[in-house]
Unconditional design. Sequence first.
Length: 262
Amino acid sequence: MSELSNSSGRSDGVEETLKQVCELIESAVTLHRSIPPQPSPMVLATDGMAVGQAVGPLLAGAKYSVSVIVPGALERAKPMLALMGRFAAAAKSGVTVRLLCTPQVLAVPHGILAAVRGGQLGFEVRITDADLHGTVIVDGKAAFGRSGPERDGRYATVNTDLASVRALYLMFAGAWGSAMPVHEHLRLADRLRSDSMRVILERLREGHTDDVAAKKIQISLRTYRRHVAAIMRDVGASSRFQAGVRAVELGLLSHSGSELVD
């Protein structure tokens, strides 16, 4: 009888302990849910040190992919350009790194272009004419970028909300799909740097008809149209005027004059 009584006592003790544990867990969960998530601190997008400190841990933890948008405004691009070595290190570790930038940022001395031509990057770069806000997306789970449209991109923060990060990644994927690979951009720039191509681009941008343009530059109408067709194909334009505009957008032709951009 005493043995049965002892067994029953131990059983009641275990049940009481489990009950207390369950109550503690429920209390902890309730407390956790009552505390709103703490947003990451915002940093000034032009503060290179702060940007590096925010992005550094993300890059260190990257396992699969890093998607980078370098902002078009040079002042805001500088902190991102300062991270080129870290992007290259992530690529060397086996992480897929993709970087998107504008022609103006590509042309910054001792920046991306120098690294591309020196074969020092080890990851893919594409060129876009869209002026996007600076963003770094890691593994589709965390992103560093502007904190909200009301701040006009002046501040940025780390975002780990999966829905928000997914939206940013889809935006990046859309821009990446329509952007031009950097080597193709450079090849096109070299091709259009010839005097004859520069003159034709100017005629296209000014909106001259084929006949008038051909006479102005003293070549046959057939030859002129052949060059125009090749230019339109190269820059992805659907009209002659758009070809001239696209040349400016892609940084192949300056805004104010006939000089082609290096």
